[in-house]
Design a protein around this ligand. Structure first.
Ligand SMILES: [Zn+2]
Length: 506
C-alpha cells in the first residue's frame, strides 16, 4: 500500500522547537529577550542540522507582528509569509548561485530602502562561503555601517572559507551534529504525530544512518514511510533497502565462530542472492564485530552498540576471544579497502569470510607469549607434565623427499586440481612418526588443504604404503621469522595445545 507522505518535515516555528542545538538556542533567545540584536549573524556547522531553519526563526522572531521575542506567533501575516518564503522584507539568497559582485551590488542598493511592513529587513545568505572575494569586499562595506533596520544572517558549512574580515564582524554560532539518541527521540515524536506505528529499532536505524543530520534523517524517514505504510518495521527496511538483517548476520557469525566454512559460504551466497550488496555486507559485519568487541568488554550502551545488546548472538560472544574479534575487524577493514581494486569483489569477500571461519583457532602473539611464560613457570616448578607416547622405532622426524612430494602432488592433480595447487604451497613436509605435518605460509592454501584432508590422507598412505595422519599448520611469514629465535617454545606450545598458529603478527 502506498502511503501519502505529507508533513513529516514540520518546520520549527520557535527556537524552542529547534532540536539538538541547545547552546545556540539559549544564546539567541537571550539576545532576543534583552533586545540586543546584532546586525550580522554567522551560522556555521554541518549540513542538515538546522542553520537555515534557525535563520528563518530568527527572522520571524524579529518581525512577528506580536512584537520581537523568542516565541514568534507563527500565525500573523509576517510569520506566515516568512514561512512561505514570500515576505518582501526577508530575502533569502543562495550564495552558491549568486556569487558575483553585481548580485552584492544589488543588495547594497536595496538595503537603502526601509522595510515594507516589518521592523527589520533580513537578508539570509546561505552557503555564504561560495561568494567571490570581490563580492565579499562589496558586502563588507554594508556590514560595517548597516542602516539600523538591516540584519544579515549568513549560513555556511565551511566556516574556514569565510574571510576573517567578515567573520570578525558577525556574531558567530556553531551548530553541531545531533546525537543518535536525540534524532531517534525526534522520529518517535514525529511518528506519533503522524499516527504511524513504528518499531523503535527501525527508527533507531534511521537515526544511526543520518549520522547527525536531522535533514538526512527526515529524508530517509520519508523514504521508509513511503514503502512501509502505517507500520514501520526493521523487517520492511531490510527487504526494501537490501540490508542484511541481524538474524542472518548472527547466523553467519555463529557458523564462523564454529569454524563451519561451508555453511558460512552458503549463507553468504544466500545473503547476496537476497539483494544485499557486497559493500553493505562488509559494513554490516564490521559494525557487528565492533558491537561484539564492545560486548566482550561489557559495554552495553545501546547508543554505542547501535542496537539493543540482547539481539547479538550469545554463542558468538562466548566463542571468540577479544583478540579474535579485533582480528576480525581488522580483516574486514582491510577487505573494504581492498575490494576497490579487486578483480572480483565477491571472491575477495568469500576469501575473507573463509578466513573469519578459522579465526576461532587464532592465537594472538601476546597470548602465545603469555602461555609460554606460564609453561616455563610450570616447567621450573615441576608441575608440568606431558602425555608421553610410547617410544617406537617409527618415532623419528624426517622431511619427505622431493620425489615423494611431487609424486603425491602429481597423482592428486588428476582429480583434485585445486587441492594439488594448494598443496604445492606447503613450505614444509615433515614426517613425524605416522603423522605428516604440512606447514603453510598462506591461510588460504592451508585451509583449502584442511578442507579436503581425507583425500590427501588416502593418497599419502597409498604412496608411503602405511597409514598416515595429516596435520596442517598455518604460520604467517612474520611468525616464522620471529619463531626461529624461540622455535622450541613455539613447538612446545603447538604440541601442548594441539593447536596451530594461524596468521599471527608481531
Ligand atoms: Zn507572528
Amino acid at each position: 500500500m502506498a502511503y501519502e507522505v505529507t508533513a513529516t518535515r514540520k518546520r520549527p516555528v520557535t527556537f524552542a522547537e529547534l532540536e539538538g542545538q541547545d547552546f545556540v538556542v539559549s544564546t539567541i533567545n537571550n539576545a532576543l529577550n534583552t533586545e540586543r540584536i546584532a546586525h550580522a549573524y554567522l551560522f556555521s556547522g554541518p549540513r542538515g542540522v538546522g542553520k537555515t531553519s534557525a535563520a528563518r526563526i530568527l527572522a520571524k522572531s524579529l518581525n512577528c507582528e506580536k512584537g520581537q521575542s523568542d516565541t514568534p506567533c507563527g500565525v500573523c501575516s509576517n510569520c506566515v509569509s516568512i514561512a512561505k518564503g514570500n515576505s518582501l522584507d526577508v530575502i533569502e539568497i543562495d550564495g552558491a548561485s549568486n556569487t558575483s559582485v553585481n548580485d552584492i551590488r544589488t543588495i547594497k542598493e536595496e538595503v537603502l530602502f526601509a522595510p515594507n511592513s516589518s521592523k527589520y529587513k533580513v537578508y539570509i545568505i546561505d552557503e555564504v562561503h561560495m561568494l567571490s572575494n570581490s563580492a565579499f569586499n562589496a558586502l563588507l562595506k554594508t556590514i560595517e555601517e548597516p542602516p539600523p533596520y538591516i540584519v544579515f544572517i549568513f549560513a555556511t558549512t565551511e566556516i574556514q572559507k569565510v574571510p576573517a574580515t567578515i567573520r570578525s564582524r558577525c556574531q558567530q554560532f556553531n551548530f553541531r551534529l545531533i546525537s543518535v539518541g536525540k534524532i531517534k527521540e525526534i522520529l518517535i515524536k514525529t511518528s506519533e504525530e503522524l499516527g504511524l506505528d513504528a518499531e523503535e529499532d527501525a527508527l533507531f536505524w534511521i537515526a544511526k544512518e543520518a549520522t547527525g543530520s536531522l535533514r538526512d534523517a527526515y529524508t530517509l524517514f520519508d523514504q521508509v514511510v513511503s514503502f512501509s505504510g502505517e507500520n514501520i518495521t526493521m523487517e520492511k527496511i531490510r527487504t526494501k533497502l537490501g540490508i542484511a538483517g541481524i538474524d542472518s548476520v548472527n547466523k553467519i557469525a555463529e557458523e564462523m565462530a564454529k569454524g563451519n566454512t561451508q555453511r558460512v559460504l552458503e549463507l553468504t551466497d544466500e545473503a547476496l542472492m537476497g539483494g544485499v550488496s557486497i559493500d553493505q555486507l562488509i559494513i554490516d559485519f564490521t559494525s557487528y564485530f565492533r558491537s561484539i568487541l564492545f560486548l566482550k568488554h561489557n559495554i552495553v550502551k545501546e547508543a554505542l552498540l547501535g542496537s539493543n545488546p540482547s539481539i547479538f548472538s550469545k554463542e558468538v560472544i562466548s566463542i571468540y576471544s577479544v583478540s579474535q574479534v579485533e582480528q576480525a575487524i581488522e580483516l574486514l577493514f582491510k577487505l573494504y579497502k581492498d575490494i576497490r581494486f579487486s578483480l572480483n569483489q565477491r571472491f575477495e569477500l568469500e576469501l575473507v569470510f573463509s578466513r573469519l571461519s578459522s579465526l576461532n583457532t587464532y592465537i594472538s602473539p601476546n597470548e602465545i607469549l603469555k602461555k609460554i611464560e606460564g609453561i616455563k613457570k610450570e616447567l621450573r616448578s615441576g608441575s608440568f607434565s606431558v602425555e608421553q607416547k610410547p617410544q617406537s622405532e617409527e618415532k623419528k622426524s624426517e622431511e619427505l623427499s622431493e620425489d615423494i612430494i611431487s609424486g603425491i602432488i602429481q597423482s592428486l592433480r588428476k582429480n583434485k586440481l585445486a587441492l594439488a595447487s594448494a598443496l604445492e604451497k606447503a613450505t614444509s613436509w615433515k614426517l613425524e612418526g605416522t603423522a605428516l605435518q604440512l606447514t603453510f605460509d598462506s591461510t588460504y592454501s592451508g585451509n583449502a588443504v584442511k578442507g579436503d584432508i581425507l583425500s590427501i590422507k588416502e593418497k599419502v598412505s597409498e604412496i608411503l604404503n602405511k597409514k598416515i595422519d595429516i596435520e596442517v599448520f598455518i604460520v604467517s611469514p612474520s611468525d616464522r621469522e620471529s619463531a626461529t629465535g624461540v622455535d622450541e617454545d613455539l613447538e612446545l606450545v603447538k604440541r601442548v595445545f594441539r593447536g596451530e598458529v594461524v596468521n599471527g603478527e608481531k
